[in-house]
Ligand binder design. Sequence first.
Ligand code: HEC
Ligand code: HEC
Ligand code: HEC
Length: 363
Amino acid sequence: MTRHMGRWAWMAGAVALVALAASIKPLPAGPAPAPPPDFKYVGTKDCNTANCHGAEKPKGTPGLDEGTIWTAKDKHSKAFTQLYKKDSADIAKKLGIKTAAQSDACTKCHTLIVDKANVVAGKTWSPQGGVSCEVCHGPAEKWLVPHSKTEAVKWEHAESIKHGMTDLRDLSVWAADCVRCHLKIDAALIDAGHPRLNFELVDYNTRMPPHWATAKHPSQQPGFDRKAWAVGQIVSLREAVVGLLERRKAGAPQKALQEAEALVSAYRATAGLLADVSGDPSEELIKKLDGLVGAVAAPGDDFAAKLGGLTPVDFDSARQLALAYRVFKRTPAIDKLCEQIAAEKREGFDLAKFKAELDAARK
Ligand code: HEC
Ligand code: HEC
Ligand code: HEC
């Protein structure tokens, strides 16, 4: 996967909404083959030295222990080596893939393959790093040195963004960056035993674990998770619609279509409380969602009551609803429900039992 946010095709926002806010930014297109990056990669080693992001313990904001957290606790650091394990070999075998770690069908999400021409001379890029720093933060060639010398050189975050850093501080970019790997997947992979993908931004941020969660980071401000949840829902719905359209276009089997439709409906139910997201799954709807993502506001205190009007109809909608309550009306009973559904297999999911427990929990 040689993809780079800065060069992603920026799609036009919905015309009707353009006047709404100057800040409306269309979303980057999803995981499609992308042009080669404008900037080169330096490799994880240069980020994680003891003096930079490889500190043993947090030092402030940023913590500078991001590399230590990522290596020890973040599954992304093992995403590539995961492809050597038996589970991966089993999936690959069913798909007729000889070696998962050498197949684009797997590496496009489990790591980043970078051509030598796109690696800074003298540096090494290894796919072994899995989903490493530059996969999310963008190629560091032009910002690595200046951004690390903020005292001597005046170098703001915006300067890094101009030089190839992905602007993850923008929640719509943040959400789109996760969603590009976490939602849409070929039906054939699911048939072969790959876990079904599901995404809710606040939940995944919490579980990552968040190496950004230092005292002064914007994510620690009150209301941040509400906004993140709302943006995450719109971005996820958009990706789910893209996924459904792709499956329709490919003439996917009925079961695969139903799965994609269930995901669209689940996100649409919750996102529908934020904005009008009705309309047939179509290019039009995608454009409308592109327009909405920059305009969506953090829901207020009345939102838990609005969630009360929703009834889950299947595993996907149950999961999204439980996770929404965790953001807007967190109680031990809701936490328990979220843990339960995270561990639950969707086959044999007992909807009636879940509904009864949810009704008791949300009283
Ligand atoms: C669209 C992106 C995408 C593609 C393509 C993809 N994966 Fe994954 N894979 C993921 C994500 C995301 C997860 C984590 C899912 C979760 O827990 O929410 C995952 C999880 C897994 C797991 C379970 C890991 C664990 O910790 O238990 C295995 C095994 C796996 N993938 C193997 C493969 C293989 C083999 C291929 C190629 C045939 C492949 N994946 C292709 C995104 C992808
Ligand atoms: C899966 C995606 C992902 C990976 C991999 C990742 N990050 Fe991050 N990182 C984020 C997100 C999202 C944020 C929060 C938004 C922000 O502050 O830019 C963040 C924030 C940060 C911050 C905090 C910035 C601040 O202003 O406080 C630093 C520093 C950082 N990451 C360094 C790293 C390093 C070093 C690595 C590799 C060891 C890494 N990240 C790997 C997604 C990722
Ligand atoms: C380049 C693709 C890619 C991107 C971008 C990405 N992920 Fe992942 N993520 C994966 C894969 C692949 C796995 C599975 C790793 C494994 O278990 O081997 C994973 C696993 C995870 C897990 C562990 C899930 C579990 O079941 O334990 C969390 C949490 C997660 N990602 C959160 C995020 C968040 C939050 C972002 C955005 C800031 C993000 N990811 C961006 C590919 C990606």
